[in-house]
Design a protein. Structure first.
Length: 272
């Protein structure tokens, strides 16, 4: 089976064409093996490019632990670049079916701009789904964080800090992700340091993948959370460990727009 290794700001993917190839029956086990950085190819997520009855393509996303993901911002930029580079389409503006709905990436020169849709604030992904959660005190371990919850088709817990360190990200991140009482489907966790009204530093603990170098939906959620907390303007640069993303939460249509790179690393063939 042929594959392509890609990344968006260091958030890395194995991309597989399922239009012209047949996938294995046990996708969970397949993705766990493929995502292993010692015994497989290694990646944060596996992206499956499939045919769609309602869009140009369908994107299926699996974490390296085999679990399914609703949406991935860096991933959809890579998928858009992949289908154009592989000649699967001659369009530069696409409709892509995901578990979070139709997402619309557009190739703009060397970058990809994605209409991420409207943020959500009341979902069954968290216990407080009857209210909009902004700067809510949340006890985790010996600490209490002020958290803001945002859905970008997948759930995000965002908190703001004076500094970002391993104790916070690696220690607190997995505890929040796996808090089954508050987050029954687990949750992505973003730790943010505000630099200015137009710039944020971000580290992310991703559900099912651990700390990754970037997260597009997380950067989108963090932009929204920063605006809701009165910390930034609606257009910001988010500095991630693996690079920068440009985000804008537009008042005109309430959609979040993300612009960033998508790069091919190498191609290969999986052993039988």
């Amino acid at each position: 089976m042929r594959f392509t290794k890609m990344h968006g700001c260091g958030n890395d993917f194995v991309v597989i064409d399922a239009i012209n190839q047949t996938l294995p029956e046990d996708m969970e086990a397949f993705c766990r093996h493929l995502g292993d950085r010692h015994f497989g190819v290694g990646c944060d997520q596996i992206l499956i490019v499939a045919a769609s009855e309602c869009a140009d393509f369908q994107m299926l996303i699996f974490n390296c632990d085999g679990s399914k993901v609703e949406m991935c911002g860096n991933g959809i930029r890579c998928l858009a670049r992949y289908v154009v580079d592989k000649g699967l389409t001659d369009k530069t503006k696409l409709d892509v079916e995901t578990l979070a709905g139709i997402i619309r990436p557009e190739i703009v020169g060397d970058l990809v701009c994605v209409d991420m849709g409207e943020p959500g604030f009341r979902t069954p992904d968290w216990a407080w789904n009857d209210e909009q959660v902004v700067a809510k005190p949340y006890a985790v371990g010996a600490r209490t964080l002020a958290v803001t919850l945002v859905s970008m088709g997948n759930p995000h817990c965002v908190s703001f800090h004076d500094k970002l360190d391993d104790e916070l990200v690696l220690g607190i991140g997995p505890q929040i992700e796996n808090d089954g009482l508050c987050f029954p489907n687990r949750i992505n966790v973003e730790f943010i340091h505000r630099l200015s009204a137009t710039e944020l530093d971000m580290r992310v603990w991703e559900r099912g993948a651990g700390e990754t170098l970037a997260c597009g939906t997380g950067a989108s959620a963090s932009c929204v959370a920063a605006v809701l907390n009165g910390l930034t303007e609606r257009k910001v640069t988010v500095h991630l460990t693996g690079g920068d993303l440009e985000l804008e939460w537009r008042e005109a249509d309430n959609h979040v727009y993300m612009t960033g790179p998508a790069a091919t690393v190498f191609e290969g063939t999986l052993a039988e």
